[in-house]
Design a protein around this ligand. Structure first.
Ligand code: ADP
Ligand code: MG
Length: 244
């Protein structure tokens, strides 16, 4: 089967600063890939390139049959983003809208879905993240972990083929982190293709099929759970030591 996500020698610069220096990796359909690495190594930039939030200066990206090179059109980007959900550390829910309204907003606006159909989907995805009973609550009435789960539900409502997570638990207390990770783990078990940038080494080791260690804009090391026990490079060994 062809890859769900494929990066080939992707280069990304901000002005003179080259942030991705030829990044290549594939993610198979249904695969869960964790991306780890020190702050500034290019993890977020790589995710943002995958869903077309950033242009690239070299190489090519293919996501679910959508090709993104150094030239791309708005129509291509729209089609790409239909298939790729992204969740960030900051959940950015609209405070004046209920949970259900937050989740149905893009369905109504982007997919032009009728209210009743959108509410049905919202019910299903909120149940999936364990928040069916909070549909009529406002974000401020929820914990940070619950708000992040709403943000995940909002993304799932668009029925993406690939989900990207960028340090989604970094702003949360440890006990709230757990409930978000459990939702992600359930998604992984259900077969969602996922790329997750994370500082949760336990999650990466336990849930990810493969982990990519990025360093200085490069894929430095890739492996399964064994790479946490036996890193091949001194740089990964040092990084894992610093994360303990
Ligand atoms: P990570 O997510 O691994 O911490 P990032 O992808 O956010 O790393 O950043 C990689 C490098 O790119 C950093 O040096 C960062 O300062 C730089 N960078 C990120 N976004 C921008 C931007 N919009 N403009 C200029 N430099 C940026
Ligand atoms: Mg980042």
């Amino acid at each position: 089967m062809s890859a769900a996500v494929s990066l080939r020698d992707v280069r990304k610069s901000y002005g003179p600063l080259e942030v991705l220096k030829g990044v290549s990796f594939d993610v198979a359909p249904g695969e869960v890939v964790a991306v780890i690495g020190a702050s500034g190594s290019g993890k977020s930039t790589a995710l943002r390139c995958i869903n077309g939030l950033e242009s690239i200066q070299g190489g090519a990206i293919e996501v679910c049959g959508h090709h993104v090179g150094t030239e791309r059109s708005e129509a291509q980007l729209r089609a790409l983003r239909q298939d790729v959900g992204i969740v960030f550390q900051s959940y950015n829910l609209f405070p004046h809208l209920t949970v259900e309204q937050n989740v149905t907003l893009a369905l109504r606006r982007v997919k032009r879905m009728a209210g009743k159909a959108a509410i049905e989907i919202a019910g299903a995805v909120l149940a999936q993240v364990g928040l069916a009973e909070k549909a009529q609550a406002y974000p401020e009435q929820l914990s940070g972990g619950q708000q992040q789960r709403v943000a995940i539900a909002r993304s799932l409502a668009m029925q993406p083929k690939v989900m990207l997570f960028d340090e989604v638990t970094s702003a949360l207390d440890p006990h709230l982190t757990g409930e978000v990770l459990r939702v992600m783990e359930a998604l992984a078990r259900d077969g969602m293709t996922m790329i997750t940038v994370t500082h949760e080494m336990g999650f990466a080791r336990r849930v990810a099929d493969r982990t990519i260690f990025m360093r200085a804009g490069l894929v430095w090391e890739v492996g399964g759970a064994e790479m946490f026990r036996a890193p091949r490079t001194p740089e990964l060994q040092q990084f894992l030591g610093s994360e303990l």
